[in-house]
Ligand binder design. Structure first.
Ligand SMILES: [Zn+2]
Length: 700
């Protein structure tokens, strides 16, 4: 009964608004025409628009609203101003004002896209009935032009049907949506919702899993998968999924509780004592899996790099490719043979080395020891080395590294450092940073950028005794096994070349995909770097950033032609549905009441966001935003906050662009440009204006 009543109010409102609306315009227009000439009006509108856009990006929303209202005074049929107002209200989380503005826009334009926006707005306000009414009755099929508008129509139709428990209808629309072949990951989530409502829990689990396979940024889905498996009676599988959720650092308390529960009920799930297991293995009979390496000329122009491989070690099993020595302060303490297993261990406060037959104590733990081979192109092999320390992908593997080993003692443990040439290091690093199958000139651009980035960041870990770490914090460095002939060629073809601004090597930052536009450094970070000023990668249509609010929204919703799109379209534009549980888990603000944008950079990247919870509210910067919203590809996005009937956030539908921090070189666009004939120095100059590529030498 209540719902029908609400529907009557809406329809009355929809039709009733027309009459007073037009009266207002009729009363106003003659007067305006007398006061201002048409030319004058247009000039003022242009000026107000510019002021409004500036205010919008600074999140001076009231100022922006006032300017658009001024424009509407001059030109009541300026629908774009109304659309702009709606976007502003959304960003400031004034969903009722947004709804009002969209209602006026839809009535005046009668355009399918505007009616869909209005329906979405009703859905956000927990009025599925109104959303459903508009989507089913107010849109003529032939009105919808773009595929993405059709997608949005079906998406919210299905959401509304599910909300209204009309499951057969939801199923019908879902088939239509699947036929569009867009956003597979999101469509699978709708299937999961439907199957859950139908009580098909195992199928809902499979849908969630398929969605995750289609978009692996959705780590938070492991919790939902586990819950579906529990409902389907698949305890052991549910246990595995709680473990996965835990490994991503999500829902830690809940996952631990469930894991404890299962280990109690299924004793065989309890972990074995790994320490015990390891001791059973005789380390000296293990065989190294050596890889042939491409020979390199020794470098003289750059000092050797020190890369931290792992810390907190108590033992280390390794081999050298050639005979080697252990050296302390110029003195040889031990001579080792090629390709033979040696075990380093701590004994009291000393370091010992053993080959299985004899054990030699060679020095005090707190010193730094150099292992060194006179052979050119020597390398070493470490068994079961720990990688990704501090990250969820942390693990152990055997690894082979070019160059030499350094053992640096600490209290009760030692750090393993790899000392090697810059070029040798880049051979391993560059393939982790870019797809080695991409066009050659983009690989060269990446090699030059990586070299410059490395040189400008040396000493970042000097407090720990090395230059750079081996995780993504500095650059992922996994040794010889990672090298690839195509990227090796790019590194060698540009050997020694670095990017300079004036007489300094630049911090040549890069990201996977900029979504078509990179930002200024001072808008994302504090530093105002003259060579990070924002670059435009759009093709064809002229996009003049900063875009007005509604245009920014359209730009993010659609996928206009761009160099950034050609090689990585799934990162160019993306959509995710973030469950509120993950935001609550990450922010610890209690139930979430609203999300408000506090600042956007020129290209639309959100640089400050406020999340208001029932317990407190907090502001987040660009990189924090990505994390607290469940691991987003980038912080340039628009969102729809879906509210529940008590005024709390239920879920967040986000559509955004790009992957990474949106600064410096956009690797996908570099590939797109290379494919169209740009060379690497043109690519570098596009992303880092005012720079020069020069040979590196120690004097500059
Ligand atoms: Zn680091």
């Amino acid at each position: 009964m209540k719902k029908i009543f609400r529907l009557i109010i809406i329809t009355t409102f929809l039709t009733g608004l027309l009459i007073p609306g037009f009266n207002h315009f009729l009363n106003q227009q003659p007067g305006d025409n007398i006061t201002f000439s048409q030319e004058n009006i247009e000039r003022r509108i242009a000026q107000y628009s510019a002021e409004a856009v500036e205010a919008f990006y600074a999140a001076n929303y009231q100022t922006a609203v006032n300017y658009y209202e001024e424009i509407l005074e001059l030109d009541p049929f300026n629908l774009e101003s109304r659309r702009n107002l709606a976007v502003i209200y959304n960003d400031k989380n004034d969903l009722l004002s947004e709804n009002r503005e969209l209602l006026k826009t839809a009535i005046l334009s009668n355009r399918a896209a505007d009616i869909i926006e209005l329906a979405v707005s009703f859905y956000k306000l927990n009025n599925a009935q109104a959303a459903n009414y508009l989507l089913q009755n107010m849109i003529e099929a032939e009105d919808i032009i773009s595929k993405r508008d059709q997608y949005q129509k079906y998406y919210y139709l299905i959401k509304s049907q599910l909300e209204l428990d009309k499951l057969a209808e939801a199923e019908g629309f879902l088939k239509q949506l699947e036929g569009l072949n867009l956003n597979r990951a999101q469509v699978k989530l709708l299937r999961a919702e439907l199957n859950q409502k139908l009580g098909n829990y195992y199928q809902a689990y499979e849908d969630l899993n398929n969605s995750y396979q289609a978009d692996r940024t959705q780590n938070y889905l492991f919790r939902e998968m586990a819950l579906m498996l529990e409902k389907a009676g698949e305890d052991v599988k549910a246990y595995d999924h709680w473990q996965r959720s835990l490994s991503f650092g999500l829902y830690i308390d809940e996952a631990n509780q469930r894991i404890d529960y299962y280990q109690e009920h299924y004793p065989y799930l309890r972990p074995d004592d790994e320490e015990e297991k390891r001791e059973e293995i005789n380390p000296f009979i293990l065989e190294a899996n050596w890889q042939d390496i491409e020979e390199l000329e020794t470098e003289t122009e750059v000092e050797l790099l020190r890369i931290g491989l792992s810390s907190g070690n108590r033992t280390l099993l390794f081999q050298y490719s050639d005979p080697f020595s252990i050296i302390y302060q110029g003195k040889i303490l031990f001579n080792g043979e090629a390709r033979k297993n040696y075990l380093l261990e701590i004994d009291d406060n000393s370091l010992t080395i053993s080959d299985g037959e004899q054990k030699v104590q060679f020095g005090r733990l707190e010193n730094e020891y150099q292992l060194y081979s006179e052979a050119d192109n020597s390398s070493f092999y470490v068994y079961n080395v720990e990688y990704g320390q501090g990250y969820f992908w942390q693990g152990r593997a055997d690894r082979q590294y070019r160059g030499d080993m350094i053992i640096k003692g600490a209290e009760n443990s030692f750090t393993l450092i790899n000392e090697l040439d810059l070029t040798a290091y880049l051979l391993s690093v560059v393939p982790s940073e870019i797809y080695s199958s991409w066009p050659e000139e983009s690989l060269k651009a990446q090699a030059v950028a990586a070299r410059s980035y490395t040189l400008s960041n040396l000493g970042r870990h000097s407090g720990e005794g090395y230059d750079l770490c081996s995780t993504v914090h500095c650059a992922a460095y996994n040794g010889v096994g990672n090298e690839n002939p195509r990227t090796s060629n790019a590194v060698l073809a540009t050997r020694g070349e670095s990017v300079y601004y004036g007489d300094r090597i630049i911090e040549a930052v890069f990201s996977s995909n900029s979504g078509g536009f990179t930002e200024r450094s001072d808008e994302i970070w504090v530093a105002d770097l003259p060579y990070l000023r924002g670059a435009n990668q759009m093709k064809g249509e002229n996009f003049d950033f900063p875009l007005p609010p509604a245009e920014l929204k359209e730009w993010l919703k659609n996928d206009p032609p761009s160099y950034s799109r050609d090689f990585n379209s799934s990162s160019y534009r993306w959509q995710v549905k973030v469950p509120v549980s993950v935001i609550e888990d990450r922010t610890e603000l209690g139930k979430i009441k609203n999300i408000e944008v506090l600042k956007r950079a020129t290209g639309g990247t959100i640089t400050s966001l406020r999340i208001v919870g029932e317990d407190a509210s907090r502001e987040f910067n660009s990189s924090q935003i990505r994390r607290v919203l469940g691991g987003l590809r980038s912080s340039r996005f628009k969102f729809n906050s879906i509210m529940d009937s008590n005024g709390y956030l239920k879920e967040l539908n986000i559509y955004g662009s790009g992957w990474g921090h949106n600064l410096g070189m956009d690797q996908s666009a570099a590939a797109g440009m290379a494919a169209e004939g740009w060379n690497y120095s043109q690519i570098i100059s596009h992303f880092y204006p005012g720079v020069e590529i020069r040979e590196y030498n120690n004097n500059n």
